[in-house]
Design a protein around this ligand. Sequence first.
Ligand code: F6R
Length: 609
Amino acid sequence: MCGIVGYVGNNKAQDFLISGLKRLEYRGYDSAGIVTLDKKGKATLLREKGKVSGLESKVSQNARDDQIGIGHTRWATHGEPSERNAHPHQAGDIYLVHNGIIENYKELKDQIKDHQFQSDTDSEVLAALINSFYQGGKHPLSNAVVQALKLVRGTYGIAVISVKNPGEIVVARSGSPLVIGVCQDETLIASDASALVGHTKKAIYLNDGEVATIAKDSISIKTLDSQPVSNKVETIQTDLSAIQKGGYDHFLLKEVMEQPQSLTETLRGRINVKDCTVHLGGPNLSDSELRKIKHIIIVGCGTAYYAGMTAAYYIEKFTPEITIEPVIASEYRYRNAYIPKDSVALIVSQSGETADTLACLREIKKQGIKTIGIVNSIGSTIAREVDGGTYIHVGPEISVASTKAYTSQSIAMIMFGLTIAQAKGVKSNTLAPYIKEIAALPQEIEGLLQSIPDTVKNIAKKYAKKYDHAIYLGRDTAYPTALEGALKLKEISYTDANAYPTGELKHGPIALVDDNAFEFFLLPENDLYDKSLSGLEEVLARGGHAIVVTDKSDFNHPVEQIITVQTGLKLLTPLLLNVVSQLFAYNFAVAKGLPVDQPRNLAKSVTVE
Ligand code: F6R
């Protein structure tokens, strides 16, 4: 959600700024802009509505050798996507880029008398406020930034430069990530380490409430209360291949196809098939602490929430005397929910930066409840603030729609449930089937990805031309899969898709069955198979257009399409069926000619409320 880059060094700032913005474009693609300063402080401000490629053409016609600059790719919050609302924003001597939301911007705006506002953004208000404290360079820029930030309510990651001092960038964060890339004779900044990959492996992650003054050969970090801090230089693990398409047309397809490897990374060193045991070191809970757990709250948004639901269905099957409540972070943060003391909270987030999830984490911690992160992005805010955690290690997820993270989040949480069950003394013959299937899942996905894509593609292409509505259906462990499948389809194909538990059909949704809609049935051959079949029959009796995804090899009902999944799995089949849903949504969107990796109105990593 919005991306920030910055450069100060001996090379052409424009080059890094544009390449960095391209890497961050998955975070926002309504508009983009950069500003660079020459040695005398003359500014070149270039902004463009739309994708970074538009800005890039503008930059090539206005190439500068300037060695300092900041840039931004925007996901609009205040004001429509337009050049005028694009960052950087200028106020007097300073230029600013901002991620986040200034909640009291109207109040602050009313107090600013000496600035003609050009945009509708909250960010320009912050720029003007900083400029008013800067007083034409009478005070150090970092002091002016601190004074302004002390008046601000909301979230921010900012980078600010001044024409009066074209050798430094001031950055600050509260609730919106910022990373400083440490190099020889140059310093880089970005809101996401992926922009730094290929330039440096050394990074300093800024914490909330910190302000850094950056020059090409120095970095000085203080708190808003002027206390000096020395943040750890950390190593960026990501390599270039992880953030390139690697021959695929889209990142989304690449990320679906790499699930056998990404899930293997999630499992590495954590599962012992011989002894049928699971070991997760990160949560840092002793057996006696694990035994005491009676409640698990799972907090997440969107796909992360559905992964939480998936895990909840499984964990309660094999763990005695435990209540599990998956909750949607944006709702939970404002509920007055009582959390019993014998609870643990799983905080699920691919990006580790989602504002709603982070707010819940902080609230839950205040209540003295132990928090465990199920996070992908290493060094992200959630990963740093939880009491313990399990990284899912799936590598960067660049496509805005989440795919490989869902599979690994679900499995990581099921494994956490298994560690509780082990500690509570659940018999090995209850847990072994789950552990064996988890260990087998990467290979099962591999087999599926070798056999099924063409079938799914052909069906998706056909249905994309015919239908405007989709109804996803599943029961028990296949119900969250149905929800996740519907979310994927609506996000990337803009097709109205909703999911229901199959057993709920007759309580309302069956009224939707008509010739404009198709039904996507996730039908694993499990204990509820026959009951799910009744739901299918009810739909067929009303002229429904059903696609059935099932592992039942002799499935034989008069449906429009059958996608048969061959598998040795019995318990985890819904996670395989979900891969079919991912491929279906992908091909459906491609058939409609849509920008799969960057769907309209969406952005990766939702750092605003
Ligand atoms: C769906 C999707 C979103 C995210 C949600 C949470 O494809 O990408 O629903 O899952 O915004 O994001 P994280 O996991 O980064 O907290």
